[in-house]
Design a protein around this ligand. Structure first.
Ligand code: FE
Length: 200
């Protein structure tokens, strides 16, 4: 049993992002993200303590907890990266390795952005720029639920949360404006670190 995952503090002030309000950051980080961490811990503890363990694909207590375990674990991981890579000025430094790779794989930064935004507009949950080691390329993957749409072995570099809780309070149904605000807050030096780690 692990059950000791900890909520990571927001790495910057709640009111410091441009176009993503303090109120949304408080709700999103302190309630939604922290909720995934709490439920992941609760599930891990309950699985360890479960007296009668039965596996059944239609229904079993054990099976349902395993089903929700991957949802909450993936929710925790994606939100931590989402917050980690913001707090910057959004400026794209063409000399960074990850930016060179974006240009090599997508043709240009603008072409990547267009595909990323289309993916974000098409998803229920997330659009994620990932590095896939199996083909050595970057991809924008679409994820509907935290644990549904992941491509095994690929490393998430730029995940944008497009669940309504991430933007409705600030933008109503105008998701595109929120995605633009997200891009304007990116810290590309951080993203480059994630890329270097993924390709090491
Ligand atoms: Fe979220």
């Amino acid at each position: 049993m692990k059950a000791n995952h900890e909520v990571k503090a927001l790495p910057y002030a709640y009111d410091s992002l441009k176009g993503i309000s303090k109120q949304v950051n408080e709700w999103h980080h302190d309630k939604h993200y922290a909720g995934y961490v709490a439920k992941r811990n609760e599930i891990e503890k309950k699985i360890a303590e479960l007296k009668e363990k039965a596996g059944n694909a239609n229904y079993s207590e054990f099976g349902e907890m395993k089903r929700r375990e991957s949802f909450n674990a993936s929710g925790q991981i994606l939100h931590e990266i989402y917050y980690d890579i913001m707090g910057g000025d959004g400026n794209i430094d063409e000399s960074l390795d990850v930016v060179k790779k974006i240009v090599a794989d997508f043709g240009s930064v603008d072409a990547w952005k267009e595909d990323f935004k289309l993916t974000a507009m098409s998803a229920l949950g997330w659009a994620i720029l990932c590095y896939d080691p199996t083909d050595g390329s970057l991809h924008n993957f679409l994820v509907d639920l935290h644990n549904n749409g992941a491509v095994w072995g690929s490393s998430p570099l730029v995940p944008v949360d497009v669940f309504e809780h991430a933007y409705y309070y600030d933008y109503g149904p105008d998701r595109g404006k929120y995605v633009d605000a997200f891009l304007g807050n990116l810290n590309w030096a951080k993203i480059n670190e994630l890329y270097k780690h993924a390709t090491r």
